[in-house]
Ligand binder design. Structure first.
Ligand code: ZN
Length: 76
């Protein structure tokens, strides 16, 4: 299962969650249980995600660099 990072706009907190892809958009905040959460890029890709997508998302340095195993994180 991929590890996702979520941001809650209700309590302005970020949290990480292991979740299957089909449930990735059906998440509530771990702290305030708000549904106002949005999924961020995988934490594996987060440090370099801005660089990777700056010149086109199709030119990612290497497949699987985000650690999602391919497609799970939506960055491919
Ligand atoms: Zn919250």
């Amino acid at each position: 299962m991929p590890l996702y990072e979520y941001y809650c706009s209700n309590c302005q907190s970020k949290f990480e969650l292991l979740v299957s892809h089909k449930h990735a958009d059906d998440i509530v905040c771990m702290k305030c249980h708000s549904e106002k959460v949005r999924r961020l890029l995988s934490v594996f890709a987060a440090p370099r995600s801005d660089v990777a997508t700056a010149d086109g998302s199709d030119s990612a340095p290497s497949m699987g660099s985000c650690g999602c195993g391919g497609g799970g994180c939506g960055c491919h």
